[in-house]
Write a protein that binds this ligand. Structure first.
Ligand SMILES: *[C@@H]1O[C@H](CO)[C@@H](O)[C@H](O)[C@H]1NC(C)=O
Ligand SMILES: *[C@@H]1O[C@H](CO)[C@@H](O)[C@H](O)[C@H]1NC(C)=O
Ligand SMILES: *[C@@H]1O[C@H](CO)[C@@H](O)[C@H](O)[C@H]1NC(C)=O
Ligand SMILES: *[C@@H]1O[C@H](CO)[C@@H](O)[C@H](O)[C@H]1NC(C)=O
Length: 315
């Protein structure tokens, strides 16, 4: 057939293509790339052609994982309808299984539970059903810095405070610290990390602050790859008395009240003393009929008092 004929007869071309497709045994992927959260479950699927009834004894399936370092791990094998886990990598024991109920529909569905960071990579789906074919599926694993632990303590050397933010995630996050003031200035902190057994980054950021700056402090974990920011803050009041028990705090309050109480008491004492002295001198001048030494206010009072006295019918 010439090229011209194809152009003229598109329907014929379509027929031929379809015929070729069914003649070749082809494994297809439904989704070439999966992106899942660490700790969650995932089902990777590829599809193969099944006629009316699946002949189970003819079916062989192999799932393998190929890491970025080209290391291969066998995850699951079905050999002529028989499950064969002798070469299954210990890392997938009890975590990976094939969903047999999906086979009659032509799906090779690999279920992996509690997905780890180390599961990320290329998954090879091989199917032999009379003929053989394979496809790759990429698995990405991400871990948000969801739970941030914030710790506060007194700086033993200086009069300041030490704030520690710690969280786990993947990939490595950048940590920044901010106080509540404007403009928004980030502070210099010491951020370190270590890898956990699960392949996560355990990030710890230590910030030293002077007690005089009483603001809210916020640590922000920026997971660049996921374009995700999570943060935790600690308020100024909590900072001032942190690391102390309630009784210690109460003691502190009591101690700070003593000088205030002393000042108030002494003022009170002076006032009471003056009032008493004034009273006694007023009484004295009333008795003696001589009130010239008494102050103006007292004299006014004295006049009132003497008027009262003189107008009293008793005297
Ligand atoms: C500190 O944080 C609390 C709670 O978010 C908020 O109510 C308060 O206004 C903040 N204070 C400052 C100075 O930003
Ligand atoms: C301060 O800036 C950081 C990063 O630039 C940002 O994540 C944070 O939300 C800002 N905080 C405020 C209170 O504007
Ligand atoms: C940061 O912290 C680590 C571990 O706590 C410590 O070894 C290192 O000296 C610190 N760096 C600075 C600049 O303080
Ligand atoms: C993360 O690091 C902190 C401080 O170094 C430690 O206390 C914690 O146990 C670590 N967490 C994990 C899961 O390794």
């Amino acid at each position: 057939m010439s090229r011209k004929m194809f152009k003229l007869l598109p329907v014929v071309l379509l027929d031929i293509q379809l015929h070729l497709m069914t003649a070749l045994f082809t494994v297809e992927v439904l989704q070439p790339r999966y992106s899942v959260e660490h700790g969650s479950n995932v089902i990777l699927r590829c599809r193969f052609p099944v006629d009316s009834q699946l002949n189970f004894k003819m079916l062989s399936i192999l799932w393998k994982r190929i890491s970025s370092k080209q290391e291969e791990k066998e995850i699951y094998k079905l050999h002529k309808g028989q499950e064969d886990l002798t070469l299954q990598d210990p890392d997938y024991r009890g975590r990976a299984t094939l969903l047999h109920e999906e086979l009659p529909m032509g799906f090779s569905a690999l279920s992996i539970t509690s997905v780890k960071i180390t599961d990320a990579g290329s998954f090879l789906c091989v199917i032999n059903y009379g003929e053989a074919d394979y496809k790759y599926i990429t698995l990405e694993v991400k871990a948000s810095y969801k739970r941030i632990n914030i710790q506060k303590m007194k700086d033993p050397e200086e009069e300041g405070l030490i704030l520690i933010c710690q969280s786990e995630g993947y990939p490595l996050a950048e940590v920044s610290w901010h106080d509540g003031r404007k403009p928004n200035v980030s502070m210099v902190a010491n951020t370190t990390f270590e890898l956990t057994d699960e392949g996560l980054f355990n990030v710890t950021s230590v910030l030293q602050v002077k007690q005089s700056i009483s603001e809210n402090y916020t640590c922000v974990f920026w997971n660049k790859k996921l374009n995700e920011k999570t943060s935790e803050y600690v308020s100024a009041f909590q900072l001032d008395y942190m690391g102390e028990s309630t009784t210690e705090y109460q003691k502190k309050l009591l101690i700070s009240f003593i000088p205030i109480s002393l000042v108030v008491l002494s003022f009170l004492a002076v006032f009471v003393f003056k009032v008493l002295r004034r009273k006694s001198s007023t009484n004295l001048c009333i008795q003696q009929g001589n009130c010239r030494n008494v102050s103006y206010r007292s004299r006014v009072k004295e006049v009132d008092v003497s008027l009262n006295i003189t107008s009293s019918p008793l005297i």
